[in-house]
Design a protein around this ligand. Structure first.
Ligand code: G4P
Length: 281
């Protein structure tokens, strides 16, 4: 299988982001905690040059908790502020505000020396599609938050959401696309659903996923599907097809059906908390 990604609006989105980044103080980059490197776009380093940076390890509820800690440490050592979040359940958000303040302390001090007090920090969310940007914004901003800008008498401009006295968030996230040469990166992105399914071979993905889970999270497939795990991923896939009653018309096992079930359950976190990549050493 050849993983590729041909986004139609990439150039436009990138241009918009370049524009928006000019007026913000801090870039809040959302990454998927299950694949924190593969779900980043390396172009951001250049785009966000000179800005404060906060990495949100999102969807930590679906990732291996020990690995969440490992990844937090890893990004810390690279000089980023990091927070572990579950945007659906709203965990990690008190820390987000605290870290934004810490990350922007130099800017706040610079403002203070110039006599500018209480100018809010302007933040922008960025990340690849489906990483949880909209969910994060909704959770962080809350429903009651007033939008600023575009009011009568105010010059037409960006929509800012006032989070609190100190922080304003741009309501439109920056969309980055996954960027990769390594086909394994493409495969991991496909596994979490970051690449559209129409262009994927689900059978092959499920096969690779079974192989991975068996090697790193031995016993997890047994717990979920009540089957004996085999060294041979195809055999395991067949067993799952059996226990889940995946049969086609001629009463033959329908492995594709089982593969679809596995991928769907993995993406919904039903198989267990699984992280697909380790921090580089
Ligand atoms: P995007 O703007 O970056 O494209 O992503 P969006 O917020 O639309 O989120 C994509 C999917 O990821 C949504 O699920 C959303 O609920 C889910 N999600 C976001 N953050 C988290 C998280 O921290 N943990 C978990 N488990 N899921 C998260 P969906 O199935 O597409 O929609 P829905 O079921 O929420 O309606």
């Amino acid at each position: 299988m050849n993983y590729q990604w041909y986004p139609g609006h990439m150039t436009k989105a990138k241009r918009m982001m370049e524009e928006n980044i000019k007026i913000i103080d801090i870039v809040i980059e959302l990454v998927d905690a299950r694949l924190p490197i593969s779900s980043r776009n390396p172009d951001l380093e250049e785009l966000a040059k000179g800005k404060s940076r906060l990495i949100v390890l999102n969807k930590t509820d679906m990732a291996d908790s020990d690995m969440n800690d490992e990844w937090e440490k890893y990004f810390n050592t690279k000089g980023y502020y990091v927070v572990q979040a579950d945007s659906r359940k709203k965990t990690g958000f008190t820390e987000v505000s605290n870290l934004i303040n810490q990350a922007c302390s130099e800017k706040i001090e610079r403002d203070r020396r110039r006599g500018i007090i209480n100018r809010p920090i302007r933040a922008m969310i960025v990340g690849i599609p489906n990483v949880g940007k909209s969910t994060f914004i909704n959770t962080y901003a809350g429903k009651a938050c007033a939008k600023t800008g575009n009011k009568p008498g105010v010059t037409k401009g960006k929509q800012w959401i006032r989070i609190n006295k100190k922080v304003e968030l741009l309501d439109t996230p920056g969309i980055l696309w996954p960027k990769f040469d390594d086909q394994n990166v493409g495969m991991r992105l496909a596994m979490v659903g970051a690449i559209r399914d129409e262009i994927l071979n689900i059978d092959e993905l499920a096969y690779e996923l079974i192989k991975y889970i068996h090697s790193i999270y031995n016993g997890m497939l047994h717990n979920r599907y009540k089957i004996e795990e085999s060294e041979d991923a195809l055999e395991t896939l067949n067993k799952i097809a059996e226990v889940r009653g995946c049969v086609s018309k001629g009463a033959e096992l329908d492995v594709s059906k089982a593969a679809a079930i596995i991928m769907e359950e993995f993406r919904n976190g039903k198989i267990g908390r699984i992280t697909l990549e380790k921090p580089p050493v």
